[in-house]
Design a binder for this molecule. Sequence first.
Ligand code: 13P
Length: 346
Amino acid sequence: MRYVPKHADELRATAKAMVEPGKGVVALDESNATCTKRFEDVGAQSSEETRRQYRQLLITAPEAQKYISGAILFDETIRQATDDGTPFVKVLKDRGQIPGIKVDTGAKDLPGGRGEKMTEGLDGLRDRLAEYYDLGARFAKWRAVITIGDGMPTIGCYKANAHALARYAALCQEAGIVPMIEPEVLISGDHSIERCQEVTEQNLRIVFQELAEQEVMLEGTILKTSMVISGLKAPNRAGVTEVADRTVETLMRTVPPALGGVVFLSGGQGHVESSAHLSAMNQRWGDKTPWNMTFSYARALQQPALDIWGPDNSKVKEAQQAFLTRAKMNSLASTGDYTEASEKAA
Ligand code: 13P
């Protein structure tokens, strides 16, 4: 008999709300090491307190709930509160936003010496998920990393990562938490868009095969994917329309219609580029795809705000305004309504 998770209805409803038209998810789940690097790049000191202040600024940005359906938090962040002691999770919930949590414990080197990565975090995950559910998390992210290079990806890398993603996803659903599965194909390198498309297609095929084998309920699952795009150092990088068309073409070939929704990571694209790509996908394909396609950016939503706040940890209102501008631009992009004119008007 087909296995149906106990919380099937809740999972479906959560997934649907995450990708509601005109909204997307903000990723605030940088590990302390990554957050420290982002802070240092803009001249900010990283400590538990400065990270709290910065995340508070984003979480409390006025009216962000018009554009943002939920936020992915890090283990430290989900336990933090605003200056007046209100837990971040409560602030989000009171605004009708869904708290999420990053649950992988990072990408480690895969044996073989090629520089490929394998994401860890399955040990003890059932207990951690139960705690996160009690803390209020209703979705959870796991990021796998696929590297394009000489002789890479190897089949071993695709399979090891896809298997872990499927096992984590099944554990999430058992706990009443929507898995946001993120099998990212890295943008670094000089590969062509054709090569990225080939790798993304293979990757997604293997991931969805593994999800089927672990009996993951697709209606209660969100795919967080990279776009099909030229490597950052590629000569003659493909333009916006080609990125949009190849990305959606690849998803249509590999992603079952039952899936709860598709969100994109920005992965090192600039903030304007990320909005333009998402909007082109929705404008050209939005009425043809069976799932909503929206954003789940970290850098592309946060960078302008971080640039303003970073140097002296002040200018909170200005930084919030910069964050809201990116949220609004990507909200427009999620329905295919973002244009160069929207950017100029902002
Ligand atoms: P970027 O949008 O900065 O790629 O981050 C998204 C994310 O959650 C990476 O795991």
